[in-house]
Design a protein around this ligand. Sequence first.
Ligand code: ATP
Ligand code: MG
Length: 271
Amino acid sequence: MSIDRLRAHYGFTRMPFGKDLAPGMLHAHDAHAQAVARIQWCISEQAIGVISGECGAGKTVAARAAIAGLDASRHTVLYLGTPGVGLRGIYGLIVTELGGTPRFHHAALIPQAQELLAAEASERGKQVVLIIDEAHLLDAESLEGVRCLSNMGMDQTAPFCLLLLGQPTLRHRLRRGAFTALDQRIAVRYSITGLDAKETHSYVQHHLALAGRSDTLFSDDALTLIHEVSRGLPRLINNLAVASLIAAFTAKKAIIDESAARAAVAEISAE
Ligand SMILES: Nc1ncnc2c1ncn2[C@@H]1O[C@H](COP(=O)(O)OP(=O)(O)OP(=O)(O)O)[C@@H](O)[C@H]1O
Ligand SMILES: [Mg+2]
């Protein structure tokens, strides 16, 4: 099976359901729009926000969309994609991202990170947006580090926006006693849920239209099945849609029907 032949067969100008969508090309379903609006609010109010959601729900995409519209001369965005382990992981990354060389001892590293963060605002007139992705993976020490940052940052003097993105366990961890101080400072909590059936249909159509097919390519039955199995989670919809396309192509079909979608479901659940 060649992807080029599949593309030609269905008349795609590019492969649909790719991960590399530009912010302006995203699908604006409700949960996505809600998350983006809240992230933007946190940025403008320099507040702490927690965006949670299952794997593949669209957390990182929403954050990317929100920061895409920022004026780079007024904002410094620090994106920690895979938070390192321990206090050193977080503070070391902040220092490195702000152009410093992390000091060796914790006692020196913490003020170093705090000073560099404060300097962005006081010396460069820039608002810092600190995004910690995969924050459910933070260990207790790292969360404690985040709490220290929040204490320092949320006074009137050196404010910045802090966004934690992570799977639903993140919210539960923050609720636990040790982190109440941080928990209480969270101004916005939003959980990105899956798309509803109608949104899943329009999501698939949207990706297909971006690839040059605005007419009907997936049957309603196929879309209904993809919606049920994916529970409306975008990454799963993408995977099922691509597998359905391949199944239909291999069977030389012009339309992605329910049996192609069933083959895709069987293939993906067998993994
Ligand atoms: N609004 C959207 N428009 C188009 N595609 C989207 C949208 N939201 C999510 N996607 C698709 O779903 C995929 C998964 O989204 P994303 O990486 O943001 O999930 P996540 O919640 O960060 O998952 P993880 O917990 O695994 O990090 C993206 O790569 C993208 O292809
Ligand atoms: Mg992510």
